[in-house]
Design a protein around this ligand. Structure first.
Ligand SMILES: *Cc1c(COP(=O)(O)O)cnc(C)c1O
Length: 731
């Protein structure tokens, strides 16, 4: 019996449709659907990290029977189940109208090494994965025929704990796939569908799990099988764990294994989309399969591979992690290049930045650029940086002619909008706002929402964030065995009346998490201003091997204990999609101060703007396009920090940016925030909140992003008429 039928059979009869809903992550976008599960048993819902399958399996049968007798609940279930059915069977989707040549017979296959679908499926690390999740969700909503390919990590990314000295400690939880909304893919005899793959001189058997993301099937490869060598079983253990060798093995699995799984599942893609270079070995395997079929040489099939493959780059750093030494290439591929009819030199040349240099490492980005028909960065700025960075591969072209474009990232509004805000938008912008999210005219109506209403709802979200932060900090202090007085002090941590800035992201040094404390005296003075105080909430993980990142977190923890700051600076441990949601929905301001031009896009600030928060960011990534100022050079929808001095002296650049940040905090931000009318409403601030929503929501959303991928990259031969971008059946 498949797991959906099994779960269905365990539920009281009137509730059996809950099983269908639980096994499709469609439930995760929109609060209305989430609450269908949470109301059954809120404490268990929390304990199982908002995983509906585990919830339904754990709740006492008596409670389920109770729910099954609640006519209001049953009515809601019936309505949602009907919506779900209509959604899955809707033929008249946006994509069907504008690009009917893309069909499920020949889908777009989207490869990524991580997917951030929901906090209960922890197989993501950060921005890349969450973006991939949002991409699949919008593809589903727009009816783009898409299949996802990724890895199912038994331990996922690490969990973060900070010890008493503020040092990050990593630990891992095991994912229990059998109790998650995942189905092991089986053949008609009930046996798991598997492929075999040679990795590190051993045969590895790979099975595959299906996660349903609305209309999109996401296939996740898994090597944790008893018939594999223990080393190979742990191949799909940790996301971004281990050394370069593990990483290479995982990338071979994702790329080559991914293509073989598609063959076994009889999926014939029209487009292979490599989201970042990790999966670029797929290109070799597509070529090998073509050669096997038609008997041509590698160079004969190369164009055929290229004509179906597209590539998105997410890093503005040429020497990012995906470089492999020739030795390592030898050890993994010595048996493989003969299959392509290539010599070692010819093979290594596919990933070499400079030909003829024997010390040149093999770059996954170079392989991807060589063997795809389209390459893009993830913001306009990142497109420029990428053209400059990779012009070395196109010596005959001017830099502006380097064939790398851009599609700016966006976020899935229905996942990231707070229920309270979505409800306001429903009331004042019309129920269709999220279906037609890219329609600027809808967002031009934002002034229809009264300042009082918008402010009140924002304040509720902020209070909720503060309560959440306190509970997380209390838990962490208890876990560290801190003194009772320090645990009790959590009750004074943060004040809902105070201007609240959020900073949450990976603690890579380039993100400069320390910048606001660059001049400690000055920041203390600004934050503890008696009339216009400011408070900060931090969250984020440093990569386990990144000691510099860990030292930044450690310094932040010292500032959390600083006598003048202890009530106004907080760090939430173990950043994940749930904490992200609380933060981006509740903060007044989102701070982003990476070294330029290292933030390819960034998406956290886009989620904030959708909820009425305001961005304060250096001009980098998406903010180069998002930021708007008036004729006098004042920001309309947020602030921009410092300016790029074009210097490689980081101390100088840090000082300039920190000075600028302090000026903004003191002279602009705090003044605007604390300037209240008779009713206590900060009119100027709310005006900026509205500008933030109006300018960002229609542009920096993933419906617009996926529509651009369709029109410019997946199906560029179709001139897409001025059809409005329309997501289906979401209300
Ligand atoms: C959105 C998101 C990110 C990406 O944020 P950036 O602003 O791009 O750094 C990272 N992690 C989580 C959990 C997120 O939800």
């Amino acid at each position: 019996m498949n797991p959906i039928s099994k779960l269905r059979s365990q539920l009281p009869f009137p509730l059996r449709r809950l099983a269908d809903l639980a096994y499709n992550y469609w439930w995760s976008w929109t609060p209305e659907r989430l609450s269908l599960f949470s109301v059954i048993e809120p404490t268990i819902w929390q304990r199982c990290n908002h995983n509906p399958v585990e919830l339904l399996e754990s709740v006492a049968y008596e409670r389920l029977s109770q729910v099954a007798e609640d006519p209001r609940y049953l009515k809601r279930l019936e309505t949602l189940a009907a919506q779900f059915d209509a959604y899955l069977t809707d033929q008249e989707t946006w994509c069907h109208r504008v690009a009917p040549q893309l069909s499920l017979d020949q889908p777009v296959v989207y490869f990524c090494t991580e997917f951030g679908i929901h906090e209960s499926l922890p197989i993501y690390c950060g921005g890349l994965g969450v973006l991939a999740g949002d991409h699949l969700k919008s593809a589903s909503d727009l009816g783009v025929p898409m299949i996802g390919i990724g890895l199912l990590y038994r331990q996922g990314y690490f969990r973060q704990h900070l010890n008493r000295s503020g040092w990050q400690k990593e630990y891992y939880d095991n994912n229990n796939f059998e109790h998650m909304p995942l189905e092991l893919v089986r053949d008609e005899f009930g046996q798991p569908v598997t492929i075999k793959l040679q990795i590190r001189q051993r045969i590895v058997r790979v099975q595959v799990w299906l996660a349903r993301i609305g209309r999109v099937n996401l296939y996740l490869l898994d090597t944790d099988r008893e018939d594999n060598d223990p080393v190979d079983r742990s191949l799909t253990g940790h996301l971004y764990g281990g050394n370069q060798e593990t990483r290479m093995a995982q990338e071979v699995l994702l790329g080559i294994g991914g293509i073989r799984i598609l063959q076994v599942l009889e999926i014939e893609p029209s487009v292979y989309h490599l989201n970042e270079g990790h999966a670029a070995f797929a290109l070799l395997e597509i070529a090998r399969a073509e050669m096997e079929l038609a008997g041509y040489s590698f160079y004969d099939v190369e164009d055929r591979v290229r004509s179906r493959a597209v590539f998105t780059s997410h890093t503005p750093v040429a020497n990012a992690n995906d470089l492999f030494s020739a030795d390592m290439m030898d050890s993994f591929f010595a048996d493989y290049w003969p299959l392509l009819g290539l010599s070692r030199e010819q093979f290594l040349a596919l990933g070499a930045r400079r030909l003829g240099d024997p010390w040149e490492p093999f770059s996954m980005t170079v392989l991807a650029l060589r063997m795809t028909r389209s390459a893009n960065g993830v913001s306009q700025r990142h497109g420029e940086v990428s053209r400059q960075m990779w012009s070395i591969l196109y010596p005959e072209r001017e830099e502006a002619e380097v064939p790398i474009g851009h599609v700016t990232n966006g976020v899935h509004a229905r996942t990231w909008a707070a229920p309270l805000m979505a409800d306001l938008y429903d009331q004042y912008l019309g129920k269709e706002w999220s279906q037609r999210i890219s329609d600027k005219e809808i967002w031009a109506q934002i002034d229809a929402i009264s300042d009082e209403q918008l402010w009140k709802r924002h304040c509720i979200l902020k209070e909720r964030l503060i309560a959440y932060t306190r509970s997380k900090v209390r838990q962490a202090r208890q876990a560290r065995g801190e003194a009772a007085s320090d645990i009790a002090a959590v009750n004074h941590l943060l004040n809902p009346e105070t201007l609240t800035i959020g900073f949450a992201r990976r603690f890579s040094p380039y993100k400069r998490g320390y910048l606001i404390f660059k001049d400690l005296h000055r920041s203390v003075r600004i934050l503890s201003n008696a009339k216009r105080p400011i408070q900060l909430i931090f969250a984020g993980k440093a990569h386990p091997a990144d000691d510099e990142g860990k030292r930044i977190i450690q310094r932040l923890m010292e500032w959390c204990r600083h006598p003048a700051l202890r009530d106004r600076v907080a760090f939430i441990e173990d950043y994940d999609m749930y904490t992200a949601k609380m933060l981006i929905q509740g903060v007044d301001v989102w701070l982003n101060n990476p070294r330029r031009p290292l933030e390819a896009s960034g998406t956290g600030g886009q989620k904030v703007a959708l909820n009425g928060g305001i961005n304060c960011s250096v001009r980098d990534g998406w903010w180069c396009e998002g930021y708007q100022e008036d004729a006098s050079g004042r920001g309309i929808n947020g602030w921009t920090i410092g300016e790029d001095m074009g210097t490689s002296d980081q101390v100088v650049q840090d000082q300039i940016d920190a000075d600028s940040l302090y000026d903004i905090l003191q002279k602009d931000m705090a003044r605007l925030y604390y300037d209240r009318n008779g009713q206590g409403i900060p009119k100027g601030w709310v005006r900026m909140m509205k500008a933030s929503i109006r300018t960002c929501a229609p542009v920096f959303n993933s419906d617009r992003m996926v529509a651009e991928y369709v029109a410019q990259i997946y199906a560029p031969e179709t001139p897409i008429e001025s059809e409005p971008i329309l997501a289906s059946a979401v209300s």
